[in-house]
Design a protein around this ligand. Structure first.
Ligand code: NAD
Length: 253
């Protein structure tokens, strides 16, 4: 254990799978006590078990981030469990269906915005209240390269992720003097169920996606977790309001 987050109390939403799970595991490895939160209880319990197996401390609190009352209960539960909240990673998200802007279904738009944008804001709202009470903290949001550049056929996802980047910058300015740092990570293509649920059924899609990647491969979720943990640690103490691409060069193109 390196102990970069020794003694810290952390929360990771969407940590029942993919990037969130890898982040919760890395937080625990670095010495943090971790609240694992997700709508998917079985995935989250697997994450908790994996942390405990390695001697770490973790507890599952179920929460749908798009529901204000559930988010309030999540933050209350996190603070009751570990006494405070030093680090929060707002990561829960969905991809939504693909379709062009002029023909995108309204219910699909509402679902993506509710989870990927409103969900991040609802979590930040409660986390900030707690961090103000305790005199500081660090928040890292999982945005996307789709929060920095446009992606065809994904209007709701792209709008939500641009929204997360804007919200990150605004809140970072509002709370900079209150010792709360707020940043976003913008991953490129990451090998998680969000992608592999499609690519495993169609290797041609996977090949096409990879062919488009400057580094010629997808990221592993652990590579995104490293950035999220770093942004929550003291090692990034002068960084706030940043939207950090972790994308193998995609937005450099
Ligand atoms: P994933 O599907 O493996 O994990 C997402 C997790 O979020 C799941 O466990 C899911 O149950 C949970 N979740 C979904 N809706 C929720 C809700 N309303 N409340 C609480 N939890 C909810 O996908 P992932 O790739 O690990 O995605 C994590 C984040 O990374 C997302 O915000 C996603 O948009 C972002 N991202 C992913 C990629 C990629 O290529 N995989 C790229 C850029 C950004």
């Amino acid at each position: 254990m390196n102990g970069r987050l020794e003694g810290k109390a952390a929360l990771v939403t969407g940590s029942g799978s993919g990037i969130g799970r890898a982040t919760a595991l890395l937080f625990a490895r670095e010495g943090a006590r971790v609240i694992v939160s997700d709508v998917n209880a079985s995935g989250a319990e697997e994450t908790v078990a994996a942390i405990q197996k390695k001697g770490g401390e973790a507890r599952f609190i179920r929460c749908d981030v798009s529901k204000s009352a559930e988010v309030e209960a999540l933050i209350r539960g996190a603070v009751e469990t570990f006494g405070r909240l030093d680090c929060a990673v707002n990561n829960a998200g969905i991809s939504g269906v693909m379709g062009p802007t002029g023909d995108y279904p309204e219910d699909a738009w509402d679902r993506v915005i509710a989870t990927n944008l409103t969900g991040v804001w609802l979590c930040m709202k409660q986390e900030i209240q707690q961090m103000l009470k305790q005199g500081g903290g660090s928040i890292a949001n999982t945005a996307s390269v789709a929060g920095l550049v446009g992606f065809t056929m994904a209007p709701a996802y792209t709008a939500a992720k641009h929204g997360v980047v804007g919200l990150t910058k605004t809140a970072a300015l509002e709370y900079a003097k209150a010792n709360i740092r707020i940043n976003a990570v913008c991953p490129g293509l990451v090998r998680t169920p969000m992608i592999t649920d499609t690519t495993s059924k169609n290797p041609q899609i996977e090949q096409a996606l990879i062919a488009d990647e400057p580094v010629g491969r997808m990221a592993d979720p652990e590579e995104i977790a490293e950035a999220l943990v770093w942004l929550c640690s003291g090692a990034s103490s002068f960084i706030t309001g940043a939207a950090l691409p972790v994308d193998g060069g995609v937005v450099a193109r």
